[in-house]
Design a protein around this ligand. Sequence first.
Ligand SMILES: [Zn+2]
Length: 296
Amino acid sequence: MPLVPLPELLEHAEQNRYAVGYFESWDVYSLEATVAAAEENRSPVIIGIGGLSANHGWLREHGIHLYGAVSEMLAKRAGVPVATLFNEADSFAEAAGGLGAGFNSVMMHTQGWSQDRLIADTAALVAAAHAVDVAVEGEIGALAEVKDGVLQEAGASYTTPEAGETFVRETNVDCLAVAVGNVHFVTGGHTPTVQVDLIRQIRDAVKVPLVLHGGSGTPDDQTRLAVAAGITKVNVGTRLKHVFGQALARELQAPVEDPNLAFGSRFDGDLNSRAAAALAREIQRLMDVFGSSGKA
Ligand SMILES: [Zn+2]
Protein backbone atom coordinates (compact mmCIF):
# COMPACT_ATOMS: atom_id res chain seq x y z
CA MET A 1 0.00 0.00 0.00
CA PRO A 2 1.60 3.28 -1.06
CA LEU A 3 1.77 6.60 0.69
CA VAL A 4 -1.76 7.95 0.11
CA PRO A 5 -2.59 11.67 -0.36
CA LEU A 6 -4.34 13.09 2.70
CA PRO A 7 -7.38 14.36 0.71
CA GLU A 8 -7.91 10.82 -0.66
CA LEU A 9 -7.80 9.36 2.87
CA LEU A 10 -10.25 11.94 4.19
CA GLU A 11 -12.61 11.56 1.24
CA HIS A 12 -12.88 7.84 1.97
CA ALA A 13 -13.55 8.65 5.63
CA GLU A 14 -16.24 11.15 4.68
CA GLN A 15 -17.97 8.71 2.34
CA ASN A 16 -17.85 5.92 4.92
CA ARG A 17 -18.64 8.09 7.93
CA TYR A 18 -15.60 7.63 10.15
CA ALA A 19 -12.56 9.72 11.11
CA VAL A 20 -8.89 9.01 10.41
CA GLY A 21 -6.61 9.50 13.40
CA TYR A 22 -3.47 11.60 13.25
CA PHE A 23 -1.41 10.09 16.05
CA GLU A 24 1.49 12.41 16.66
CA SER A 25 4.86 10.71 17.08
CA TRP A 26 8.15 11.93 18.56
CA ASP A 27 10.63 9.19 17.68
CA VAL A 28 11.05 6.09 15.54
CA TYR A 29 9.47 3.77 18.11
CA SER A 30 6.27 5.81 18.22
CA LEU A 31 6.10 6.07 14.42
CA GLU A 32 6.53 2.30 14.07
CA ALA A 33 3.96 1.61 16.81
CA THR A 34 1.41 3.82 15.04
CA VAL A 35 1.81 1.96 11.75
CA ALA A 36 1.71 -1.40 13.56
CA ALA A 37 -1.53 -0.39 15.31
CA ALA A 38 -3.06 0.61 11.98
CA GLU A 39 -2.06 -2.68 10.35
CA GLU A 40 -3.39 -4.66 13.29
CA ASN A 41 -6.76 -2.85 13.13
CA ARG A 42 -6.87 -2.67 9.31
CA SER A 43 -7.27 1.10 9.67
CA PRO A 44 -6.11 4.02 7.51
CA VAL A 45 -3.85 6.33 9.51
CA ILE A 46 -1.95 9.62 9.44
CA ILE A 47 1.56 9.57 10.91
CA GLY A 48 4.04 12.36 11.54
CA ILE A 49 5.57 14.82 13.96
CA GLY A 50 4.48 18.25 15.14
CA GLY A 51 6.01 21.59 15.97
CA LEU A 52 3.82 22.69 18.85
CA SER A 53 6.03 21.25 21.62
CA ALA A 54 9.27 20.78 19.65
CA ASN A 55 12.47 22.80 19.52
CA HIS A 56 12.13 24.73 16.27
CA GLY A 57 15.89 25.17 15.89
CA TRP A 58 16.31 21.39 15.90
CA LEU A 59 13.31 20.92 13.59
CA ARG A 60 14.72 23.29 10.98
CA GLU A 61 18.30 22.07 11.38
CA HIS A 62 17.33 18.50 10.45
CA GLY A 63 14.40 17.20 12.54
CA ILE A 64 11.82 17.73 9.81
CA HIS A 65 13.95 15.95 7.22
CA LEU A 66 14.97 13.14 9.57
CA TYR A 67 11.41 12.26 10.55
CA GLY A 68 10.01 13.07 7.11
CA ALA A 69 12.29 10.41 5.65
CA VAL A 70 11.39 7.84 8.33
CA SER A 71 7.66 8.59 8.03
CA GLU A 72 7.71 8.28 4.24
CA MET A 73 9.61 5.00 4.34
CA LEU A 74 7.22 3.50 6.90
CA ALA A 75 4.19 4.71 4.93
CA LYS A 76 5.46 3.17 1.69
CA ARG A 77 5.99 -0.21 3.37
CA ALA A 78 2.72 -0.23 5.35
CA GLY A 79 -0.04 -2.73 4.64
CA VAL A 80 -2.74 -0.04 5.07
CA PRO A 81 -3.23 3.46 3.56
CA VAL A 82 -1.00 6.00 5.32
CA ALA A 83 -0.63 9.77 4.89
CA THR A 84 2.26 11.69 6.46
CA LEU A 85 1.87 15.07 8.19
CA PHE A 86 4.24 17.72 9.45
CA ASN A 87 1.84 19.20 11.98
CA GLU A 88 1.76 22.72 13.41
CA ALA A 89 4.80 24.39 11.91
CA ASP A 90 5.33 27.76 13.57
CA SER A 91 5.54 29.81 10.35
CA PHE A 92 5.27 29.81 6.57
CA ALA A 93 9.08 29.56 6.39
CA GLU A 94 9.21 26.46 8.58
CA ALA A 95 6.32 24.75 6.75
CA ALA A 96 7.65 25.61 3.29
CA GLY A 97 11.16 24.54 4.37
CA GLY A 98 9.72 21.09 5.09
CA LEU A 99 8.27 20.57 1.60
CA GLY A 100 10.08 17.65 -0.01
CA ALA A 101 11.10 16.16 3.36
CA GLY A 102 8.74 13.19 2.98
CA PHE A 103 5.53 14.54 4.48
CA ASN A 104 2.66 14.62 1.99
CA SER A 105 0.68 17.10 4.12
CA VAL A 106 1.58 20.08 6.24
CA MET A 107 -0.10 22.45 8.66
CA MET A 108 0.87 25.73 10.32
CA HIS A 109 -0.06 26.69 13.89
CA THR A 110 -1.62 30.07 13.17
CA GLN A 111 -3.48 30.89 16.37
CA GLY A 112 -2.94 34.50 17.41
CA TRP A 113 -1.98 35.60 13.88
CA SER A 114 -3.65 38.66 12.30
CA GLN A 115 -6.35 37.86 9.74
CA ASP A 116 -4.17 39.35 6.97
CA ARG A 117 -1.16 37.18 7.84
CA LEU A 118 -3.37 34.11 8.29
CA ILE A 119 -4.92 34.43 4.81
CA ALA A 120 -1.76 35.51 2.99
CA ASP A 121 0.59 32.91 4.49
CA THR A 122 -1.92 30.05 4.25
CA ALA A 123 -2.68 30.85 0.59
CA ALA A 124 1.06 31.10 -0.15
CA LEU A 125 1.71 27.75 1.55
CA VAL A 126 -1.12 26.10 -0.40
CA ALA A 127 0.36 27.36 -3.70
CA ALA A 128 3.87 26.16 -2.80
CA ALA A 129 2.68 22.83 -1.39
CA HIS A 130 0.24 21.94 -4.17
CA ALA A 131 3.02 22.54 -6.71
CA VAL A 132 4.85 19.55 -5.19
CA ASP A 133 1.74 17.43 -4.47
CA VAL A 134 1.62 18.17 -0.73
CA ALA A 135 -1.76 18.87 0.91
CA VAL A 136 -2.35 21.69 3.42
CA GLU A 137 -4.50 21.68 6.53
CA GLY A 138 -5.66 25.15 7.55
CA GLU A 139 -7.22 26.36 10.76
CA ILE A 140 -9.56 29.13 11.76
CA GLY A 141 -10.59 29.93 15.30
CA ALA A 142 -8.32 29.29 18.30
CA LEU A 143 -8.29 26.45 20.84
CA ALA A 144 -8.03 26.97 24.57
CA GLU A 145 -5.16 25.00 26.09
CA VAL A 146 -4.13 23.48 29.41
CA LYS A 147 -0.81 24.78 30.77
CA ASP A 148 0.62 23.51 34.07
CA GLY A 149 -2.76 21.92 34.82
CA VAL A 150 -4.69 25.16 34.35
CA LEU A 151 -7.13 25.88 31.50
CA GLN A 152 -6.01 28.96 29.52
CA GLU A 153 -8.91 30.44 27.58
CA ALA A 154 -7.48 33.87 26.76
CA GLY A 155 -7.36 34.28 22.98
CA ALA A 156 -9.55 31.22 22.36
CA SER A 157 -12.40 31.67 19.87
CA TYR A 158 -14.88 29.36 18.17
CA THR A 159 -14.85 28.77 14.42
CA THR A 160 -17.98 30.20 12.79
CA PRO A 161 -19.50 28.65 9.63
CA GLU A 162 -19.15 32.01 7.80
CA ALA A 163 -15.48 32.47 8.72
CA GLY A 164 -14.75 28.83 7.82
CA GLU A 165 -16.39 29.14 4.40
CA THR A 166 -14.57 32.41 3.60
CA PHE A 167 -11.21 31.07 4.81
CA VAL A 168 -11.43 27.90 2.69
CA ARG A 169 -12.51 29.88 -0.39
CA GLU A 170 -9.71 32.44 -0.01
CA THR A 171 -6.90 29.98 0.77
CA ASN A 172 -7.88 26.76 -1.05
CA VAL A 173 -6.78 24.55 1.88
CA ASP A 174 -7.48 20.80 1.61
CA CYS A 175 -9.00 20.40 5.07
CA LEU A 176 -9.96 22.68 7.94
CA ALA A 177 -9.22 22.43 11.66
CA VAL A 178 -12.02 23.88 13.75
CA ALA A 179 -12.27 25.29 17.27
CA VAL A 180 -15.58 24.05 18.67
CA GLY A 181 -14.86 23.67 22.37
CA ASN A 182 -11.95 21.25 21.90
CA VAL A 183 -8.82 21.98 23.97
CA HIS A 184 -5.06 21.38 23.44
CA PHE A 185 -2.75 19.53 25.89
CA VAL A 186 -5.37 17.89 28.15
CA THR A 187 -4.20 14.92 30.24
CA GLY A 188 -6.99 14.98 32.84
CA GLY A 189 -8.55 17.44 35.23
CA HIS A 190 -10.38 19.41 32.57
CA THR A 191 -13.17 17.93 30.43
CA PRO A 192 -13.85 19.86 27.22
CA THR A 193 -17.38 20.24 25.87
CA VAL A 194 -17.46 19.91 22.10
CA GLN A 195 -20.27 21.86 20.38
CA VAL A 196 -21.70 19.19 18.10
CA ASP A 197 -24.34 21.49 16.57
CA LEU A 198 -21.61 23.95 15.60
CA ILE A 199 -19.71 21.14 13.82
CA ARG A 200 -22.89 20.38 11.84
CA GLN A 201 -23.32 24.05 10.87
CA ILE A 202 -19.65 24.33 9.78
CA ARG A 203 -19.99 21.03 7.88
CA ASP A 204 -22.92 22.48 5.90
CA ALA A 205 -21.04 25.70 5.10
CA VAL A 206 -17.55 24.35 4.31
CA LYS A 207 -16.68 22.15 1.33
CA VAL A 208 -13.49 20.50 2.66
CA PRO A 209 -13.09 17.82 5.39
CA LEU A 210 -13.10 19.02 9.02
CA VAL A 211 -10.43 18.28 11.62
CA LEU A 212 -10.70 18.08 15.41
CA HIS A 213 -7.49 18.86 17.30
CA GLY A 214 -7.22 18.23 21.03
CA GLY A 215 -8.22 14.57 20.69
CA SER A 216 -6.28 13.76 23.88
CA GLY A 217 -8.79 15.34 26.22
CA THR A 218 -12.08 14.94 24.37
CA PRO A 219 -14.10 12.14 26.03
CA ASP A 220 -14.86 9.15 23.76
CA ASP A 221 -18.61 9.77 23.66
CA GLN A 222 -18.06 13.37 22.52
CA THR A 223 -15.56 12.25 19.90
CA ARG A 224 -18.09 9.75 18.50
CA LEU A 225 -20.73 12.50 18.29
CA ALA A 226 -18.25 14.86 16.64
CA VAL A 227 -17.41 12.23 14.01
CA ALA A 228 -21.10 11.57 13.39
CA ALA A 229 -21.60 15.35 12.96
CA GLY A 230 -18.94 15.57 10.25
CA ILE A 231 -15.38 15.43 11.66
CA THR A 232 -13.19 13.23 9.41
CA LYS A 233 -9.76 13.68 11.07
CA VAL A 234 -8.95 13.63 14.78
CA ASN A 235 -5.55 14.70 16.14
CA VAL A 236 -4.10 13.04 19.22
CA GLY A 237 -0.72 13.91 20.71
CA THR A 238 -0.49 14.57 24.44
CA ARG A 239 -2.33 11.42 25.50
CA LEU A 240 0.06 9.23 23.50
CA LYS A 241 3.15 10.69 25.15
CA HIS A 242 1.42 10.27 28.50
CA VAL A 243 0.67 6.56 27.87
CA PHE A 244 4.20 5.91 26.55
CA GLY A 245 5.81 7.78 29.45
CA GLN A 246 3.79 5.91 32.08
CA ALA A 247 4.67 2.57 30.50
CA LEU A 248 8.36 3.45 30.24
CA ALA A 249 8.43 4.63 33.86
CA ARG A 250 7.00 1.25 34.94
CA GLU A 251 9.67 -0.57 32.92
CA LEU A 252 12.45 1.53 34.48
CA GLN A 253 11.41 0.71 38.04
CA ALA A 254 13.50 -2.46 37.89
CA PRO A 255 17.28 -2.13 37.48
CA VAL A 256 18.49 -2.48 33.89
CA GLU A 257 20.52 -5.68 33.85
CA ASP A 258 21.48 -5.87 30.20
CA PRO A 259 21.64 -2.43 28.54
CA ASN A 260 22.23 -3.99 25.13
CA LEU A 261 18.92 -5.81 25.43
CA ALA A 262 17.08 -2.92 27.13
CA PHE A 263 17.91 -0.20 24.63
CA GLY A 264 17.51 -0.57 20.89
CA SER A 265 17.59 -4.37 20.64
CA ARG A 266 13.98 -4.69 19.41
CA PHE A 267 13.76 -7.98 21.31
CA ASP A 268 11.11 -8.49 23.98
CA GLY A 269 13.38 -6.98 26.64
CA ASP A 270 13.71 -3.63 24.76
CA LEU A 271 12.20 -1.09 27.16
CA ASN A 272 11.15 1.33 24.42
CA SER A 273 9.52 -1.54 22.50
CA ARG A 274 7.57 -2.49 25.63
CA ALA A 275 6.37 1.09 26.11
CA ALA A 276 5.57 1.27 22.38
CA ALA A 277 3.37 -1.83 22.75
CA ALA A 278 1.28 0.02 25.36
CA LEU A 279 1.17 3.00 23.00
CA ALA A 280 -0.04 0.81 20.12
CA ARG A 281 -2.84 -0.62 22.29
CA GLU A 282 -4.08 2.90 23.09
CA ILE A 283 -3.95 3.87 19.40
CA GLN A 284 -5.93 0.73 18.49
CA ARG A 285 -8.54 1.64 21.10
CA LEU A 286 -8.80 5.18 19.67
CA MET A 287 -9.17 3.80 16.13
CA ASP A 288 -12.23 1.90 17.37
CA VAL A 289 -13.62 5.14 18.85
CA PHE A 290 -13.00 7.02 15.57
CA GLY A 291 -14.67 4.20 13.61
CA SER A 292 -11.64 3.69 11.36
CA SER A 293 -10.90 0.08 12.38
CA GLY A 294 -11.61 -2.33 9.55
CA LYS A 295 -11.89 0.49 6.97
CA ALA A 296 -8.55 -0.14 5.23
ZN1 LIG B 1 -3.20 20.51 17.54
